[in-house]
Every structure is written in C-alpha cells, then in structure tokens.
Design a protein around this ligand. Structure first.
Ligand SMILES: [Zn+2]
Length: 584
C-alpha cells in the first residue's frame, strides 16, 4: 500500500488556511482544551457552552491570522513551521505544565545540546510523528488549484475580515464568562497555539534588537575598597555559590522532613552558618534570575529596562578585587562577560565527569589553580569567586548525583516525569539537593583549610515544581508562579578570621534570618561583605547592615523601595546619595 493521504483533486487555495486553522485550533491546542475541561468550574452545561464559544474565538482568530499569513509562495514551509510549533508547545505544556511566554522562549533559544538531550524521549518522538510528520506530509503533498493573484488576495482578505467579525461577535457574546476564566486562570492565555509563540517571538525580537544595539553602561564608577591591601595569603576570599533549581521546600535546614542537608546542618549547629528561611527569587528561570540577582536594579527595575548595565561583579572588579566566575551549567547569561571566567562542565575527569558531564564538585577541584591565575595585585586586596552550579537542573534530576549519593530510592530515572511516581521524582530531586549539600560542605571545608579570612554565600536562582497542581519544572510567568518556583534557599557561612577581618559580631544578622529577603538584597549585601563602598549600596537592602558599626537597622523588603535619602557606606558613615542614579 502506498502512503497517499493527499487527495489527488486539487483543493481551492482558500481551503488550505481553513484546514490548517481547523487542525491547529483543535488537535494543535489539545493541552488548552484539556486544561479548560479540567477546571473545577467547567462541570456544567453552561461552562461547556462557554468553552465552545472560546473554541470558536480561537478558530476564528486562527483563520484570520492564517488568511493573512499563508500565501502560495511560502504556503508549505509556513504550514510545517506552524505544525512544528503547535506540536512542541503542546508536548511541553502537557508534559510539564509549562506555558509559552517570552522568558520560556528565551530559555528554548538559549538551550544547549545537553539540555536538549535531557528532554528527548519516546513520547516526544510520538508527538512529533503524529503532530508534524503525518499532517505535514498531507500539507506538503496536497495539490492546490492555481488562482490569479489578485482574485486570491481578495478572497483571503475577505475571509480574514469575516473571521475577525465572527471572533469579535463571539468575544462580545461570551465576554463575561471568558474574562473571568482568563482572570482566574492567567496561564491559559499563554497556552493558545500558535499565538503564544507569535507573541513571545515578537516581544523577544523587539526586546533583543533594542538590547543588542546598546552598549553595556558602566555602573558604580565611584566603587572603592575600604581598608588596606594585605597580601595574597591573608586577603579575604568570598565564595558565592549560585544554586540551580533548588527550592526551599526540600531543604532539610528549612524544616523539610527529610535530612537533605546534613553538612549544612552540622555547620548551623556549630553556629558557623545561618540559613535565611524566607527568600524569594527574582525570576522563575535562570535567564531572568541570574542577571537580575547580580543587577543593582532589583526585580522591579531590572524587569522594566531594556538597557544593558554592568553588574555586581563589574563593581567588585572596579573596586580593585580579583573576581572569578566558574560555571558548571549553561553559562553566566552575560553576567561574567567582563571578569575572568571558566567553564567546568565538559572537562575530562573519569571520577567527577562520567558520561561527558561534570558534577558540581569539579568546580571546587579547579578552583585553587584558577585562583592562582588571577592578577596577584588584585588578589592581595581580596577575591570574590562565583560558582554557578548544575544543582538540581531537571527534568533528569537523577543525572545530577554521583552513584554514591543515591540516599533516597527508588529514583525516577526518566526525563518524562509522568512515567515516574511522585515519590520517585521527589527521591531523585532530593538526592540532588543532598549532593548540593555535600558540595557546599566540601567548599566550606576547603575554605576552612585556607589561613585567610573566608566566607560562603549560597543562594539558588529559582525553585521548581515537582508535580504540585500538575506543574513540573519551572519558568511560570512570575505573577502566576507557585511558591515552589520562587521560594529559594539561602545560607551564609563565615570563618572566624573573616569575622575578625570584618569586625562583625557573629549574631549581628541573626534577627534577619526569618525576615522576607529577595534576590534584590544580594547586591548590597555582597558589597557590604566585600567592604566595597559605592553610592549604589543601599543599607536597607543589606542583610548584614545590622553588623556595621552604628548598628544600622536593615529593612528587608519584597519589592524595590524608593531611593533612600542617604546611602550609607558599609562602615556606617553616611555619604550623599546619588539622588537619581543614571540608570535607575
Ligand atoms: Zn536556573
């Protein structure tokens, strides 16, 4: 039998966008319809009528859109691209409960081979077969009648106008119902294929072209290091570990009923480490959170500007410190562009990098050598190192832990999380948190072995959904993200020489550990810790400001406050505040 899905009789050219629209708005939007039918308020005939009305709106909008988009010259490739978009979107929306918005699209664009490998599965292949290859084959092979260009333009534009009118009438008829559903379930608006992708792409292209055309603007030109330079062996060393996908809910220190953080607990019991229990991330994915947490603008300011600015690392470097970024993940998203940086994830090491991927401990292994390569003049003043973890990056959580660290079993060993029981997913995730605890414990052990003043700051970039409310992974638009994706762990450890060096009392920040803190607090807190003075420093965002002489009271906030009347430097003396930072 020959595969002959296409009819041999040529179809009318206007039938083509109609048929494609019918496919896209029904099968191509299956996750949307399933999600709508699954809503608690969808169990009445009235609600079904509302869903049917919304169906007409989606169909009519798609017909209008395709009538304007699908023209003979590029009819076939455009159809295939739309089928591809609908199939992949549907797969990810249905499998992981994610939605398609600009930041999710950035994620997809910036992904790498390893992340793609982690996502490949048989079910994805099935979806591509059924959603792209079969209809795509028909679309490609189907003969279409020739029609004079002018007549076709008139017909398709008329169709677009009629479809738009139908859409508007249906919206008007079912407005009340539609508006309340969309208001109560905001994520639905990011689930309509292919409009979610069209919207996200437009936003991204407009935003990025504006972004790319700009030079990175310097910040903190006034940054200076307080105190005198010592030498390489006695200058302070601060390590900032940026966690990946670690959520506070599964951290033993945070009261989780499993002991996922025995090493950190030991340090806490000895009074050397403090855990901040109420920390919110700036974004719900790495692309947003990572640059945002190093920015001085805070969540509000960072989200509003398209301009490009330097960040914390540039300010630390400008003040004269040695700065190093080690990356065991998919890069620093531009944060480390102007400071020394190195990637560790594909190094050769049979023990720590089996299967071509390195566990996070590899960063610690290369750290001493990399530190030795930094400018000795800067090192004599002090060093700040960032280690960017692979952490609990999903969905293949089981790949994040070496064999010896499988404490919680059985583990989910699939990247299609639905194939595993909820407990198996949690087991695999918890093992990754426990390995992160081991990594942090090893880092502290190494820092302790140094004679110089040392400190460790740990904070995760965002959290993760592990099946709560049918959601997996992360990246929900912030306004509708569940707490699992935004509540992150943060901990701070100081060596005794560091406390002496800073002149801080060990308990000076203890009253802050249960207060609401956000990624906004990182910038000023790190400046404070590194003894760097600049007008960008905001005492009310410094979690250590209670440690400064003068015992300035810290006010931790969940949003970005207005500019303070006076900005204090980390030693407590006040300097005139920059009334309007040039980029603020
Ligand atoms: Zn991340």
């Amino acid at each position: 039998m020959t595969l002959s899905l296409a009819s041999h009789r040529p179809l009318h050219p206007v039938a083509m966008p109609l048929i494609l629209a019918l496919w896209l708005s029904t099968i191509g939007n299956a996750p949307l319809w399933l999600a709508l039918l699954d809503l608690p308020e969808s169990h009445s005939p009235r609600a079904w009528l509302g869903i049917a009305g919304f169906g007409v709106v989606v169909l009519a909008s798609t017909v209008a859109f395709l009538s304007l988009l699908v023209w003979p010259r590029w009819r076939k490739p455009v159809g295939l691209v739309l089928l591809l978009i609908a199939a992949f979107n549907s797969y990810f929306m249905y499998t992981y409960g994610v939605v398609i918005d600009p930041s999710m699209l950035t994620n997809a664009v910036q992904t790498d081979a390893r992340e793609v490998r982690d996502l490949l599965s048989w079910s994805m292949l099935m979806v591509v077969m059924l959603g792209v290859l079969l209809p795509g084959w028909w679309w490609w092979k189907q003969p279409v009648q020739q029609m004079p260009a002018r007549a076709l333009v008139v017909k398709q534009i008329s169709l677009a106008v009629v479809a738009t009118l139908v859409m508007l009438v249906m919206v008007w008829l079912s407005f009340e119902n539609l508006a309340s559903t969309m208001r109560n379930h905001k994520s639905l608006r990011y689930m309509v294929n292919p409009f979610n992708t069209v919207y996200a792409t437009t936003r991204l292209v407009v935003g990025q072209s504006a972004h790319a055309s700009q030079l990175v603007q310097p910040i903190g030109a006034d940054a200076v290091l307080l105190g005198s330079a010592s030498d390489v062996d006695t200058s302070p060393l601060i390590v900032l570990v940026v966690g990946e996908t670690a959520r506070a809910a599964n951290v033993g220190l945070a009261g989780y009923d499993r002991d996922t953080t025995p090493r950190l607990k030991q340090l806490q019991d000895r009074g050397e480490l403090v855990y901040f229990s109420n920390v919110s991330s700036c974004g719900t994915n790495t692309q947003v959170s990572l640059p945002c947490m190093f920015s001085d603008l805070g969540r509000d300011g960072y989200g509003k500007t398209e301009a490009r600015f330097e960040n914390l690392l540039d300010v630390l470097q400008r003040a004269g410190l040695a700065v190093l970024w080690l990356d065991n993940q998919s890069g620093c998203k531009g944060v480390c562009d102007r400071v020394p940086h190195a990637e560790t994830r594909e190094l050769k090491d049979p023990a720590l990098c089996p299967d071509g991927e390195c566990f996070d401990e590899k960063m610690l292994r290369v750290l001493p050598e990399r530190l030795g390569q930094l400018d000795p003049v800067r090192r004599a003043r002090g060093t700040v190192v960032v280690m960017h973890q692979m952490g609990s990056h999903g969905p293949a959580y089981y790949k994040r832990t070496p064999t010896g660290f499988k404490v919680f079993t059985p583990e989910c060993r699939s990247n299609v999380l639905q194939e595993c029981s909820g407990q198996e997913i949690i087991n695999a995730y918890d093992n990754s948190v426990r390995y992160a605890d081991h990594f942090l414990g090893q880092t502290v052990a190494w820092l302790k072995s140094q004679k110089r003043p040392t400190a460790l700051v740990y904070v995760s970039d965002h959290g993760e959904s592990l099946g709560e409310k049918g959601l997996y992974l992360h990246g929900m638009p912030y306004a509708m993200a569940p707490k699992e994706q935004t509540h992150v762990p943060m901990a701070v450890w100081f060596s005794s020489p560091m406390l002496n060096h800073l002149g801080w009392d060990k308990s000076c920040w203890l009253d802050q550990t249960n207060q609401p803190v956000t990624h906004d607090n990182l910038f000023s807190s790190m400046l404070s810790l590194a003894h760097v003075q600049t007008r960008l420093y905001k005492p009310q965002l410094d979690v250590f400001s209670g440690c400064q002489s003068g015992q300035r009271q810290v006010q931790t906030v969940t949003g970005r406050p207005g500019a303070p009347e006076h900005a204090a430097n980390p030693l407590g003396t006040t300097v005139d505040a920059d009334p309007k930072p040039s980029h603020g």
